[in-house]
Design a binder for this molecule. Structure first.
Ligand SMILES: [Zn+2]
Length: 290
């Protein structure tokens, strides 16, 4: 196991952070706007979100770089800013953490599909390589590959991060199939765990896709298929659209009531994905410390 992952998990479950997009929207980001571009335009507001998670008790915070690959930024005409946006994102989270939390750089899906011939494995890996290097330059302690549906894309991202020498967490999203235990590419938790372990991920996980009720089963299946620690970040239930904005009905206390069961199912890192807030993180911290 990578020394940093070992050090973090030695004292018990590690609390990570919650959603960033909704927090940035609450600070003025328009729906459809590029959250990542705010690292350059409004670094103070991004730092405020990061600091809110540290103050809520996150021991690990991510970076505002989920959609900051060259491909994803191209949709906003910002492809040439990719390195700067990622480096700055890591610097912002480090400032907010101020030594109180570790910073794990976030890398999300590229938005282009290998299977459709929209890119090549070489080009895709190079895109992730650029993002990972910039996050490392900005001071990230580790990198999380998250919300992945295609195991091949996730594997290329893991391989690209490994070149930096930083620990890497590989996370897939299970949001498909009758039991919500497949990625949209049909990948099962067992297949994901095996492929990501083989690609060299230091930690294997699942984020997004469904509410926390379904995560213990996924967690148990991931844990049974790998010897790596498990990372989980569930959504705050299922979203509803109210007046054109997304609303989440889940409460912090109900969400956090699942934390002990997730630890029992093998989770070493716990946080929240879409719709979760600093209040959710605080509730998890409280639940796990009693
Ligand atoms: Zn999510």
């Amino acid at each position: 196991m990578h020394a940093l992952i070992e050090e973090l998990t030695a004292a018990g479950p590690v609390v990570t952070d919650g959603a960033w997009g909704t927090q940035l929207q609450a600070r003025g980001l328009e729906v459809g706007g590029s959250p990542d571009a705010w690292n350059l335009a409004y670094p103070d507001r991004v730092e405020e979100v990061a600091r809110a998670y540290v103050e809520a008790g996150s021991q690990v915070i991510l970076t505002n770089t989920f959609q900051a690959s060259r491909f994803a930024l191209a949709r906003h005409g910002l492809a040439e800013k990719a390195a700067e946006i990622n480096r700055t994102g890591a610097e912002i989270s480090r400032r907010a953490a101020a030594g109180r939390a570790r910073v794990f750089g976030s890398i999300g899906p590229s938005g282009v599909v290998l299977m459709m011939g929209e890119t090549t494995p070489e080009e895709l890996q190079d895109t992730f390589r650029q993002q990972a290097r910039a996050l490392a330059e900005g001071g990230a302690d580790a990198i999380v590959i998250e919300t992945m549906s295609d195991p091949e894309e996730a594997g290329l991202a893991v391989a690209a991060v490994k070149e930096t020498g930083l620990p890497v967490v590989g996370c897939m999203t299970f949001d498909s199939g009758e039991d919500l235990d497949r990625t949209s590419f049909g990948t099962t938790p067992e297949q994901a765990a095996e492929q990501l372990t083989e690609a060299g991920a230091d930690c294997i996980g699942s984020n997004c896709g469904q509410g926390i009720e379904g995560f213990a089963a996924i967690c148990r299946r991931l844990a049974a298929a790998t010897d790596r620690p498990i990372w989980v970040k569930a959504n705050a239930g299922s979203p509803r659209v109210v007046d054109g904005r997304t609303a989440w009905d889940e409460t912090p206390d109900h969400f956090a009531s699942y934390a002990p069961a997730l630890v029992e199912a093998g989770a070493s890192f716990l946080g929240g994905c879409c719709g979760t807030t600093p209040e959710f993180i605080q509730a998890i911290r409280e639940r796990l410390s009693t």
